[in-house]
Design a protein around this ligand. Structure first.
Ligand code: PXG
Length: 449
């Protein structure tokens, strides 16, 4: 279907009054003065209400891993809406939730075989932290309450997630947060790592800081460590070689639970179902969201190892074992969308596809080296980020301008974190589109010089 005929089919009226919507993580005034409006999507492209095509170099918000509006996912959601709109997952069940849990568990490594559903990445991380605390309670070690995150980590916006997270703006406005939280150092060092393709050689030793925290607090007080295998939101910081293995070893030594937040890295982003597989490390829990439904319906969840689930299965069998859950846990529409997305990933072998494309993607990303203001380029799996030097008097200006010009002038969607530009396309991206993404980025970088 040509963009024009589709635009006619999906005609959208844009409201005159944009004021009432308080937009999330958005510069509201700038947006409302010059909106970047999107009214439909197909495969690798967004379309504006005027029918202008915009190449989606971000998989939406790192989530539409199978591309947009895939026919089978659309059909599955439509059929599900007609058959069962909602049913509670507290004390009742619907078949697709069990089917999807089994499919997700089958994709996870080792004995990560029980799936707790929620509706977002933020809920997933809060859920994992709560399971960790409750696990130690039911094991009779309720004094293990300390949670350890990492600087420059992003674990969503719940109070748990921002407490273990390490992004200053996500923390500084919101008071005291959870107490009893520590942070490992982040793993980025430009002097040692600049312009590395994939995982940097330098930095595995930073995992040893966990030993220092054990020395300080005693392992017997520490419940869990949570990290992203690749820190996405703070600008694509791949784990240094050997870092995650070292973290696992230290956690094993001290009986500390290790949680991987795979909200971004799950479902193919790093060329495997989960990054845990790429790194040969089995965490105790994996948080997921985004790609599970290819972004089509909100869903998140936690995959827990058998031993964690089993620890809760005691006491009278009519009693609730874990006092946690959401009205929309395992919502039928999300489950239907999830099953259809997993079918697409399998049938089109999209995780392996991402793996095969990675070398080309990495070369294309590094080709931007030497452009004006480019301080560093990082890449892992099908993600890349470019750090631009900030204007001395206006931090974030270059990043914002690149995003805006990208949308309005170059027909491309990019994400920015300050003056860092990030791209992370659907796994269906073609080699030609990879070329287009980095050509457009190059031209944007020159434009904002
Ligand atoms: N954990 C990780 C690792 C994430 O990246 C969340 C939790 C929270 O997910 P929800 O579904 O509650 O938003 C995320 C979210 C960006 C960007 O451009 C990243 C996210 C969301 C929006 C934008 O860096 N990650």
């Amino acid at each position: 279907m040509s963009p024009t005929s589709a635009a006619t089919q999906f005609r959208t009226t844009v409201p005159n009054d944009l004021e009432p919507f308080w937009m999330p993580f958005t510069s509201n005034r700038a947006f409302k003065a010059r909106p970047r409006m999107i009214s439909r999507a197909k495969d690798m492209y967004y379309y504006t209400p005027e029918g202008k095509q915009v190449l989606d170099a971000c998989a939406g918000l790192w989530c539409t891993n199978a591309g947009h509006n895939r026919d089978s996912i659309v059909a599955a959601i439509q059929a599900q809406a007609a058959e069962l709109d909602f049913s509670p997952s507290f004390q009742y069940g619907h078949p697709k939730s069990f089917e999807l849990a089994a499919r997700i568990a089958a994709l996870a490594p080792g004995d990560l075989d029980h799936v707790f559903f929620c509706n977002s990445g933020s809920e997933a991380t809060d859920t994992a932290l709560k399971i960790a605390l409750a696990y130690w309670n039911v094991k009779g070690e309720g004094q293990r309450t300390r949670l350890i995150g990492r600087e420059r980590g992003y674990h969503g916006v719940g109070f748990g997630g921002i407490s273990v997270g390490g992004m200053v703006n996500n923390r500084k406005f919101f008071g005291g947060l959870l107490t009893g939280v520590d942070h490992l150092p982040h793993t980025y060092n430009r002097a040692e790592q600049a312009f590395t393709k994939g995982e940097p050689e330098w930095g595995a030793h930073l995992a040893d800081d966990l030993e220092n925290l054990v020395t300080l607090h005693s392992a017997s007080n520490i419940a869990a460590v949570i990290v992203e295998p690749m820190a996405g939101s703070t600008g694509v910081l791949p784990a240094p070689k050997g870092y995650l293995k070292r973290l696992r070893q230290i956690c094993d030594k001290h009986n500390i639970l290790l949680i991987f937040d795979e909200v971004i890295t799950g479902f193919g982003r790093l060329g495997h179902a989960f990054a845990a597989e790429r790194y040969g490390v089995i965490p105790d829990m994996i948080c997921f969201a985004k790609g599970v439904t290819s972004g089509s319906v909100p869903m998140g969840g936690v995959i827990a190892r058998k031993g964690i689930y089993d620890a809760f299965m005691k006491g009278p069998d009519y009693m609730v074992e874990l006092f946690h859950g959401y009205t929309y846990s395992a919502h039928p529409l999300a489950c239907a969308a999830g099953l259809a997305a997993l079918d697409l990933y399998r049938d089109e072998d999209l995780f392996a596809r991402a793996n095969k494309l990675e070398a080309k993607w990495a070369d294309a990303a590094m080709s931007l080296k030497g452009l004006p203001n480019v301080l560093d380029i990082r890449q892992v799996g099908l993600t890349a980020a470019v750090d631009l030097a900030s204007k001395p008097d206006a931090v974030g200006r270059r990043g914002f301008d690149a995003m805006e010009k990208g949308f309005h002038e170059q027909g491309i969607m990019v994400r920015t974190a300050g003056d860092t530009l990030a791209v992370t396309p659907p796994l269906t991206v073609t080699e030609a589109q990879i070329g287009e993404i980095f050509d457009k980025l190059a031209s944007l970088i020159r434009q904002v010089a």
